[in-house]
Each structure stands twice: as C-alpha cells, then as structure tokens.
Design a protein around this ligand. Structure first.
Ligand code: SF4
Length: 64
C-alpha cells in the first residue's frame, strides 16, 4: 500500500497524525501532515485506511 496527501486539500487538523503517527508526521511550522514512509507496513494498513476515512477534506490518497 502507498499513501500520499493532497496539499491542496489538507487543512492541517492533525487527525491522521493522531490516528497513525508511525506513518503521518505533523509539521508544526507548515501546519500540515507529511507521509513518513514509501510503502505502508502491512500491520499499519488498517490504521492508514481509518485515517483516510476520517480525513474530513478527503486529502489522504490510498493506493492499495
Ligand atoms: S487528517 Fe487530512 S486534513 Fe487533517 S492533517 Fe491529515 S491529511 Fe490533513
């Protein structure tokens, strides 16, 4: 699985970072989240899906 963030949509509420900090880092200066991994480790895939579902502006793009 791969995941990315559409920065035209991200509103920086930090939810993805709270749901899965192993994959989403929060940038305090830019007030956006960043993806830390090239490929999502298998044991974190469900959390990444949850983060994507909960992202209000639908900025998280998951490629299965
Ligand atoms: S949950 Fe969505 S809007 Fe919020 S910081 Fe993460 S990518 Fe941005």
């Amino acid at each position: 699985m791969k995941v990315s963030i559409d920065y035209d949509l991200c509103m920086g509420d930090r939810n993805c970072n709270k749901v899965c900090p192993e994959v989403f880092e929060y940038d305090e200066d830019q007030m956006i989240s960043r993806v830390l991994v090239d490929a999502v480790p298998e044991h974190l895939e469900d959390l990444v899906r949850k983060a994507a579902e909960e992202c209000a502006p639908k900025a998280i793009i998951v490629e299965e």
